[in-house]
Design a protein around this ligand. Structure first.
Ligand code: XUL
Length: 517
């Protein structure tokens, strides 16, 4: 049986098709928004230069990408063999729809593009995404109404967070009350795409709903007090919350007629990209830690019990396979690595050479590569914090700057994830940069653990394909993990430095943070 997993992420929309009987990957493909859809002027998947910290994307771009993706995928494999679908989306992004939405999606016409048909149902032209940090005031207001940050955290698993959808919804309600009033449905990226695929309005799963500051993590359902504190009439504008294993519906005839997918195959509820990656990494039972190096870097694990971050930067999310997961997100992920690379006009090979030509600890030169305000820890700076020689701080030592960037990211990750109280023997590494041995070695050295990579780098789409298979056939998660989540041969890396090698660098980093404006 073939199943299809989709991943609507920040910079691209990707897909994987797996053959569950053979235990093999049939096809993988991605549409990069900047490259394939330049007409949206979003080279990195979002509209650049938003005001007051706004970061938005055009939902029509995601719809165009979905169509291009399925068109291309049809050239790579036999789509008629696909028996089930699921997917995931970048977390926190919210899409605002008017009442036309409910009429339009059951009647999608395969002769007209999705974007063209659905655009009239948008009550807001753009969707705020997870990089948005415009809602500081709204976070404070929600906190005050509910009884403080700790009370919001106890209910929703996180203190009010700028990028989370609840504060974003409140800002929309305050700034554009008429458009808010005309909004009949608010979806997340995941539930929006899922609804389009099914041709009916679909629920939000508990994994992605926990990234909204609106769901109660004890009852796994909307929390009336949080809804009330966020915006009026919100309960009617949100779809229901359901466990990720719920069948969302069956595939809309739009997709069978236009792309040749079989009619009526089951679609399992979509979830957030990080919860989906947890499944794709074979880490949805407690015991494994995952680090994902993407647009954002994330550190996450299935949790045996719910623990909250006392500093309020980490999160408790729903685990799509049941229970909960912890997550720490670092905004300055691949875009920061890229910014350092570009500062010296390096390509990725030169970036890697720089890591290989320099020594662990970097001769005491340290950097926190925060090119945009960071959330872990919360810091409003727009340029890296550095300490070392004058030439280093003046960006004249290219190779040292590259090493300092990666070391700084992982030292900060280690410090920020301590609240999870996990003592891993191995970290499972995924995401675009995970294939890079030099980067992976620094992770092993700093955390003093083994680092493993899996054969598939697209663990988000893989997790979705695995969930689709679990929900729509007799195959078990254990069987799927055995076939798809085995480590890549010869990919295991061991720490190469002594346990306290990075202590001095960690101290310098703490001082840099203390002194930060
Ligand atoms: C997680 C987060 C990001 C997005 C985009 O809280 O904001 O990781 O899910 O990948």
């Amino acid at each position: 049986m073939y199943t299809l997993g989709l991943d609507a992420s920040t910079q691209s929309f990707s897909a994987v098709v797996i053959d569950t009987a053979e235990g093999s990957i049939v096809a993988e493909h991605a549409i990069n928004f900047g490259q394939h859809l330049p007409q949206y002027n979003a080279p990195q998947g979002f509209i650049p230069d938003g005001k007051d910290g706004e970061v938005h994307a055009d939902p029509r771009m995601w719809l165009d990408a979905l169509e291009l993706l399925l068109q291309d995928l049809g050239k790579l494999c036999d789509l008629t063999k696909i028996k089930a679908i699921s997917g995931a989306g970048q977390q926190h992004g919210s899409v605002y729809l008017n009442k036309e939405w409910f009429k339009i999606i059951p009647e999608l016409n395969p002769k007209v593009n999705l974007a063209e048909q659905i655009e009239v149902s948008l009550s807001r032209n753009s969707a705020p995404i997870w990089m948005d940090r415009s809602t500081h005031e709204e976070c404070r207001e929600i906190s005050a109404k509910v009884g403080g940050d700790a009370a919001v955290c106890e209910r929703s698993g996180s203190i009010p967070i700028e990028r989370f959808s609840g504060p974003q919804i409140r800002r929309f309600y305050k700034n554009e009350p008429i458009a808010y009033e005309s909004t009949a449905r608010i979806h997340l990226v995941s539930s929006f795409i899922c609804s389009v695929l099914c041709g009916n309005d679909c629920p939000i799963d508990t994994g992605d709903a926990s990234g909204m500051n609106l769901m109660n993590i004890e009852h796994w359902d909307w929390d009336p007090e949080l809804l009330h504190a966020t915006a009026p009439g919100l309960v009617d504008k949100l779809p229901p919350v359901r466990p990720a294993e719920t069948q969302a519906g069956i595939l809309s005839s739009f997709f069978s007629k236009k792309f040749g997918l079989p009619a009526g195959i089951p679609v399992t509820l979509f979830t957030g990209d990080n919860p989906s990656s947890l499944v794709g990494m074979g880490a949805s039972q407690p015991g494994k830690i995952v680090v994902s190096l993407g647009t954002s870097d994330t550190f996450f694990a299935a949790m045996p019990q719910v623990v909250a971050d006392p500093k309020g930067c980490g999160h408790v999310f729903g685990n799509p396979m049941g229970g909960s997961m912890s997550l720490q997100c670092f905004v300055n992920g691949s875009l920061a690595r890229e910014a350092v690379k570009d500062k010296f006009h390096f390509n990725w090979n030169q970036f890697t050479n720089a890591l290989e030509n320099t020594k662990p600890g970097n001769g005491g030169q340290v950097m926190l590569p925060f090119f945009r305000p960071e959330v872990s820890p919360r810091l409003n700076c727009e340029r890296p914090l550095m300490t070392g020689s004058e030439a280093f701080c003046d960006w004249q030592e290219a190779e040292a700057a590259v090493r300092a960037c990666v070391e700084g990211q992982f030292l900060n990750m280690k410090c920020c994830s301590e609240w999870m109280q996990l003592q891993p023997k191995t970290i499972y590494l995924t995401g675009g940069a995970s294939k890079n041995d030099a980067i992976a070695q620094i992770l092993a050295d700093i955390f003093q653990v083994n680092v493993e990579r899996l054969a598939v780098s697209g663990s988000v789409a893989l997790g979705a394909a695995m969930r689709a298979a679990c929900q729509s056939s007799d195959i078990t998660l254990d069987e799927l993990e055995l076939s798809f989540c085995s480590p890549l041969e010869n990919s295991l890396l061991y720490p190469q430095v002594a346990p306290h090698h990075y202590d001095a660098a960690a101290e310098k980093l703490a001082k840099l943070l203390e002194a930060a404006p």
